[in-house]
Design a protein around this ligand. Sequence first.
Ligand code: ZN
Length: 367
Amino acid sequence: MTTPFTGERIRTAREIFGLTQAALRDQAGVSQSLLSQVERGQKPASRDLVDAVAKAVDLPLEFFDVILDEVPLDSLRFRKQQTASAVTTRRAHALFQEGFRVSRLLVEGTGYPRPSLPVATGELQKEDIVELAAETRRALQLDGSKPIPHLMRSVERAGIPVAPIVLPDDDETSTKNQHFGLSYWSGPDEDAFIGYFPGHQGDRDRFTLAHEVGHLVLHLRRRPADPEREANLFAGELLMPFERAQETLSGHLTLNEYRQVKALWGVSIQGLVMRAKQVGAIDDERSTSLWKQISARGWRRIEPVTVQPESPVLLGRLRRHLYGDRPLRDLRKELALSTTLLKSLLDPGSPRVHQDPDNVVPLRMRQ
Ligand SMILES: [Zn+2]
């Protein structure tokens, strides 16, 4: 059976795979003008058309019957990336929506608790963001002043499923090392979901995740002029609270000592230098000098000290709770998504560690 929304679902399928109408026409062997009319809702989709498209992109027929609660694109704040193309943005949005839909089904089916995070309202000063990050630590059941051992686990335990957004057939050139995320929260005690492009570097992924949690807390009810700056400040604060940052990142710290701090806190050296400046632990001159050294050592591209990337586990657990050991291919119909896409959401496995042996300096404690 097709619905009045089938045309939209065909467009979504196209967006997920980054296909133009002409490319889908060729792959599915259907008429392009028919595709265009169906996508615009000017003609109903015939079963034959849906069959052909489903086969071409390997999606189950159920995908095309889904009536989606759309997540508005403008509510998804891509962590700022000038290099992300419009096609990549649409693909990420389409995949995020499918991830959110599946995540909701699993959360609903298992009765897993929804998040109760603080919700910011009104004008915020820097001190307010410091306080909101502290409240968020409490909501995530984290110690107020210690390093966060496994941020992803804490976020998921608090009822926010996380999944990597992996573009099918991605040659990696479009997303490699971009470290961006997307997040959405319907409201207190309702569903939330965070998607991220795994960047193979644990410290960067942790910052992305903390940044997205910042959007959930800070921007559910507010539309400030510069949400990215606020989310970055929140992320720094969540990962390394103000007072700890002030005492840890004193002006005398050498760049080599920053490596030890990175290993302990899971924050990149570059992030720590920015944080040191933010909390007033170093002045402009010291900051400039540290950045020069970072550049000279080639650490802008690859930093020493590998922070193991964290991988999400919640959706996989909910899936097993609901469906036991049934293989993913058996869940295609119920979850209305292809096996490959289900795997990337529900069974992402351990991420690869990005390591460039020429640039990784072994961690050595300075006496
Ligand atoms: Zn952002």
